[in-house]
Write a protein that binds this ligand. Structure first.
Ligand code: ATP
Ligand code: MG
Length: 460
């Protein structure tokens, strides 16, 4: 087979909404950097076993893409010509999942290798494929050829196939060159593909952020106008995408790209509105600082929590809602509770944030005003609170929005080391309820200082 040259120039797909021509380019082992050392031994075992069984089997998707850019793949997916039942008959440790489209999961201890039969999005007249009025894909469950499988994938970089037959990479849609140029390009007509599945817009942003790729002009252009289609996507899926965007070490890049492509307001409408109305940019600075911290923690292999992440992402919305309620004359504590519930409930329309994360998220918010309370009993109770550490980390972040918190931070830093000494050296404080400051940040400072600054904008 001639290396690097098209072997076949065409593959009409008459029944797909957009006809995507394919031409096979085979990149031999000496022209790419993928080594078996970078591939999970379990995935290799599956590839060899499929081969022994007389089937085609390829490593595909994110794993090939990540290996080509010297990254470490999170998971190793395999595409095969074998049917799910044939795959099952080859492996004792295999179970079939999914009703609409059956996938084989081959289990090796804690590692699962997903094996999918080549899949097509072909309208074969069987009625298996249905399109929503807006063009969104509702059902697709037809097996196909490797070319069908390639063109139904989202980006060209995700449609590369690595084989252990000769250790070559097979490219049907130009993905190899796009990876070399670090470009993310949609396969087929971008607008139609976003309408089929709006989550692809988030995947574009997420993968570009993760890989430091640019999004091809034609692939990026339709996104702002279609961003609102995300509201039709399954909230549980959007939650998963958010975790991948913000808890995988590229949160800052993801956030900036979401904003740049008009997706932030579709995903976090109230946060986007609050950031837009926060003229000083203090809330945005704090948010970015928090995301930077998250990225550093991931890089250092330290744990990161979805509760803290969402406390951060929704903090601007919370502050804005709180300010509005207090402006109506509502008591501080009541307003805080209401604002927390309101923001959470509204956000659930788009993103299914599970209660096991939304409750601690709200606790992190509610604890913020308790940093101003320094009577002995309260200090000990606060330090023992299961969410104290997260709330204190959050308070430290708030310093990026307002210098007001330096005093509280110094006190609670000392209180964690030597509470008796911290309390002894502290002038007595009244109980205080936090209140919303003029520039959208929440104040929780001791009353004597607050009195001086009342009405002043607290977020610099
Ligand atoms: P990562 O694993 O780094 O998050 P990935 O590209 O591997 O990125 P997966 O969700 O693991 O993402 O998907 C595996 C492959 O399945 C992708 O590389 C792509 O080929 C295909 N794919 C995933 N989601 C879609 C989609 N919404 N539309 C079309 N193809 C998709
Ligand atoms: Mg993957």
């Amino acid at each position: 087979m001639p290396c690097g040259k098209p072997e076949k120039t065409f593959q009409p797909m008459p029944n797909t909404p957009d006809t995507v021509p394919t031409s096979l380019r085979v990149i031999p082992r000496d022209q790419h950097n993928i080594s078996r050392k970078g591939i999970s031994p379990s995935a290799l075992r599956v590839l060899y076993k499929l081969r022994e069984g007389g089937h085609e089997g390829y490593l595909v998707g994110g794993a090939v893409r990540d290996l080509l850019v010297d990254g470490e793949p999170k998971d190793f997916d395999i595409a095969t010509s074998a049917t799910p039942e044939q795959v099952k008959s080859l492996f004792r440790n295999c179970r079939l999942i999914g009703r609409r489209f059956r996938l084989a999961h081959v289990v090796f201890g804690r590692e699962i290798i997903e094996v999918a039969t080549f899949r097509a999005n072909v309208d074969d007249g069987s009625g298996d494929r249905e399109l929503h009025e807006g063009g969104r894909l509702l059902r697709d469950n037809v097996y196909g050829t490797i070319e069908d499988d390639a063109v139904r994938r989202d980006f060209t970089a995700n449609a590369l196939y690595y084989t252990v037959d000769d250790f070559s990479v097979r490219d049907y849609v130009g993905g190899f060159e796009d990876v070399a140029n670090r470009v993310l390009k949609m396969i087929g007509d971008p607008e139609a593909r976003y309408r089929e599945d709006p989550v692809r817009m988030l995947r574009a942003v997420r993968l570009a952020a993760k890989l430091d790729f640019t999004i091809h002009d034609g692939t990026a252009a339709p996104i702002p106008a279609l961003a609102q289609l995300l509201s039709e996507a399954a909230p549980a899926r959007l939650f998963e995408e958010c975790l991948k965007m913000f808890l995988s070490g590229h949160a800052v890049a993801s956030f900036e790209r979401l904003e740049a492509h008009g997706l932030l307001r579709a995903l976090f409408p109230e946060t986007a509105a609050a950031l837009a109305s926060n003229r000083s940019g203090a809330l945005r600075r704090m948010l970015l600082e928090g995301l930077r911290g998250t990225d550093s923690r991931v890089a250092a292999d330290e744990p990161v929590s979805p509760a803290f992440l969402f406390a951060l992402l929704l903090w601007p919305a919370y502050c804005r809602s709180l300010m509005a309620l207090q402006a109506q004359g509502m008591q501080a504590i009541e307003a805080q509770r209401r604002a927390a519930d309101r923001v959470t409930v509204h956000q659930l329309d788009t993103i299914a944030l599970p209660r096991r994360f939304s409750l601690p998220m709200q606790e992190i918010w509610m604890l913020q005003t308790r940093f101003g309370l320094r009577q002995r009993k309260r200090v000990f109770r606060m330090i023992a609170h299961p969410r104290f550490r997260a709330a204190f980390d959050f308070l430290q972040l708030r310093q990026h929005a307002s210098a007001e918190h330096a005093d509280d931070i110094a006190f609670w830093q000392e209180a964690q080391l030597d509470p008796d000494n911290a309390i002894a050296t502290e002038p007595s404080h009244d109980d205080v309820d936090g209140e919303a400051g003029g520039d959208g940040e929440l104040t929780g400072a001791p009353r004597k200082r607050r009195r001086r600054r009342r009405g002043a904008a607290v977020a610099e």
